[in-house]
Design a protein around this ligand. Structure first.
Ligand SMILES: Nc1ncnc2c1ncn2[C@@H]1O[C@H](COP(=O)(O)OP(=O)(O)OP(=O)(O)O)[C@@H](O)[C@H]1O
Ligand SMILES: [Mg+2]
Length: 234
């Protein structure tokens, strides 16, 4: 089990990252189920780090940029399962992380983003350059290999990996609202959440015990449990 949960402000998380980031590039992973708030936390952390450093030293490298394209997913009849672990270009993601680690700070490394409005990746949506702190966030950062997809290679490329948790009812409500905002009827949204999102959430939950930190979002702060030393290996 992870340690006790302790309420921490965002500044505590900022300090943890900045204390660990040394020379070269520091890669922090933020894993967690769909709708847990990973993108929200990553953006808040990036902005707080950059504000404290008075410069753009941190940037986000979303796992979502490596969604396989809809044409390919249609051709392989996996479009209805979009978001599951085998609907991502995992080799591309691992190569991108490796490139961020090995490319000297100051040289460009393009990274794809994901545009929800067109439901597709945007190649080179971000270009890393002088940023020495990378926040990479997504569902499957702590997953074992899945079929032919080599997710287990991700963790070795990260300096630390956190897990952002949220109650199942909270996740369900947030994802329902998001699908309805995206144009789904309430019934279609409910089907999507039950058939896909919550299944993915259950799979992701099996990886929580591998995280260095487990976080739960509260209004304006986070409850944080630190894994005991040596714990993250399992
Ligand atoms: N700490 C928080 N308190 C309240 N609402 C939050 C919090 N964090 C995120 N949210 C809300 O929850 C929703 C989902 O957040 P977000 O998009 O960051 O999740 P995510 O983990 O990145 O999801 P996905 O895996 O689907 O990309 C958003 O509407 C966001 O505003
Ligand atoms: Mg997100």
């Amino acid at each position: 089990m992870a340690g006790e949960f302790v309420e921490r402000p965002l500044s505590w998380l900022v300090r943890r990252v900045r204390e660990r980031a040394g020379r070269g590039r520091y890669l922090l992973g933020i894993a967690g189920p769909p709708g847990a708030g990973k993108s929200t936390l990553s953006a808040a952390l990036r902005d707080a780090i950059n504000s404290e450093a008075s410069g753009m030293i941190a940037e986000i490298a979303p796992m979502d940029g490596f969604h396989l394209g809809n044409d390919l997913l249609r051709a392989t009849e996996s479009i209805a399962r979009k978001g599951e672990p085998d609907t991502f270009d995992v080799d591309g993601y691992v190569s991108g992380l490796r490139r961020l680690r090995t490319t000297p700070v100051g040289e460009p490394v393009p990274w794809p983003t994901f545009d929800r409005s067109i439901d597709a990746p945007v190649p080179g949506g971000i270009v890393f350059d002088r940023q020495s702190i990378v926040l990479t966030e997504g569902n499957y950062l702590l997953l074992d290999d899945f079929g032919t997809r080599r997710w287990s290679e991700v963790r070795a490329l990260l300096d630390e990996c956190w897990y952002l948790d949220a109650a199942r009812e909270v996740i369900e409500d947030r994802l329902l609202a998001r699908h309805i905002r995206g144009g789904c009827t309430p019934t279609a949204a409910r089907d999507k959440v039950r058939a896909s999102d919550l299944r993915n959430a259950d799979l992701v939950a099996t990886t929580r015990q591998r995280a260095d930190l487990v976080l739960r979002g509260n209004a304006g702060s986070y409850s944080v449990a630190v894994a005991p030393p040596g714990f993250s290996a399992g």
